[in-house]
Write a protein that binds this ligand. Structure first.
Ligand code: PLP
Length: 399
């Protein structure tokens, strides 16, 4: 017989989250972790919630704090990078800004590599000032960074493979300096991933990611991540909750799924990029190739000493013999390699750092760093390498 309750009440209280208790008692376990599309969790009484807040019981309360799908991705990332714990954020920028703000205060100083993703450079140059935090940019590859450390320096910051010129700093040597001076050392490993290099093993305190890139790997989610030791992660987690920048459940689920194939994908990206770099290095229309896998690269030895054997990542940059006109002509002549101001999807894409990721650098600054208007950055995809080379070869004929 139909329940006495009104239709609207029946629709609301049938098949709801309470079913979870029934499922938990079943013998069957889902092969893939389900997507927990819930903004909050329910409880039978007040002490149950108290116990979770007081760390006397395990459980979830509110999805802005943590939820099963972010915890699952955090576990995968920690296992991949060799950290205690991982956190996932709503973007790479959220991961970086939250992790930095968690360890600096007004009056502190940061030493950073100058060749960085443009958004981070902008944040360091223009935004941190408002909080009384000063940043000095110093070439982490060619200069003695120890000479720039001040009594108020708190943090050393670099990318493992710097965007867009692919320099590789000596992370082991930097971590020795950091330890000697009691500083924290953060490494953005977006271009490398744990498949190519594990900065925590080289002595870094925290590894950061734009998960939008290789970790997600399919150009369908925006996310960020931080992995490190528990004491540091718990400090950052507090601000992740306060600033409200946790990754949503659906994107966390997609990210977990993508991470299952990270090793396979990054190995193939890297293998393809190596072949493309060798082709481009010999091409008469190319002035210079930036790829740490090339024996001619000034970063090759440092990369080989720190990276997984034979892997140098899927990113490379080239200086064309020419400037903006030639760069535009090549971009226009590529039928499947699209102009995409991001990277690390399954498809090969091209970007133009001077006008996208690094567009807010001052012109003189770009020139000083060697980021030019005749430079293209390629994210080498998972297609057949010969097909990528054929398309690039045809496009280069147009200039
Ligand atoms: N770090 C690097 C190296 C990047 O290339 C990017 C974005 O391009 C970021 C961080 C910022 O990540 P997101 O765009 O996910 O905020």
């Amino acid at each position: 017989m139909m329940s006495e309750k009104d239709l609207s009440t029946r629709l609301i209280h049938t098949g709801d989250g309470q079913n979870y208790k029934k499922f938990a008692a079943y013998q069957s376990v889902p092969e893939s972790l389900p997507l927990y599309l819930t903004s909050v969790f329910s409880f039978d009484d007040v002490p149950s919630v108290d116990a979770i807040y007081e760390h006397e019981a395990e459980g979830y309360i509110y999805t802005r704090m943590r939820h099963p799908n972010t915890d699952a991705v955090g576990e995968i990332l920690a296992a991949a990078d060799g950290g205690d714990e991982g956190l996932v954020f709503s973007s790479g920028m959220a991961a970086i800004t939250t992790s930095v703000l968690s360890v600096v205060s007004s009056g502190d100083h940061i030493l950073s590599s100058p060749i960085l993703y443009g958004g981070v450079q902008d944040y360091f140059t223009n935004e941190l000032k408002r909080f009384g935090v000063e940043v000095t940019f110093v070439d982490f590859v060619n200069e003695n960074i120890e000479a720039y450390i001040r009594p108020n320096t708190k943090l050393l910051y670099t990318e493992s493979i710097c965007n867009p010129l692919l320099q590789v700093p000596d992370m082991s040597a930097i971590s020795v300096i950091a330890k000697k001076h009691g500083l924290l050392f953060y490494v953005d490993n977006t271009f490398g991933t744990s498949v190519v290099v594990k900065p925590l093993e080289l002595g870094a305190d925290l590894v950061l990611y734009s998960a939008t890139k290789y970790l997600g790997g399919h150009s369908d989610i925006v996310g960020g991540a931080a992995v490190g030791r528990s004491s540091l992660i718990e400090k950052i987690r507090r601000n992740l909750v306060l600033y409200g920048c946790i990754l949503g459940a659906a994107d966390s689920w997609l990210l977990a799924r993508s991470l299952r194939t990270l090793d396979l994908r990054v190995r193939k990206h890297s293998e393809n990029a190596g072949k493309v770099a060798v082709f481009l290095e010999k091409h008469p229309k190319i002035e210079k190739v930036y790829y740490p896998g090339l024996p001619s690269s000034p970063d090759h030895e440092r990369a080989a000493a720190q990276f997984t054997k034979g892997l140098f990542g899927g990113m490379l940059s080239v200086n064309l013999k020419g400037a903006e006109k030639e760069a535009s002509a090549v971009i226009r002549s590529l039928p499947t390699i699209k102009y995409v101001p991001s990277l690390a999807g399954t498809a090969t894409t091209v970007s133009y750092a001077a006008k996208t990721s690094h567009r807010f650098y001052k012109k003189e600054e770009l020139e000083k760093l060697g980021i030019t208007y005749g430079q293209l950055r390629l994210s080498i995809g998972l297609e057949n390498a010969d097909d990528i080379i054929e398309e690039l070869s045809a496009a280069l004929e147009s200039i």
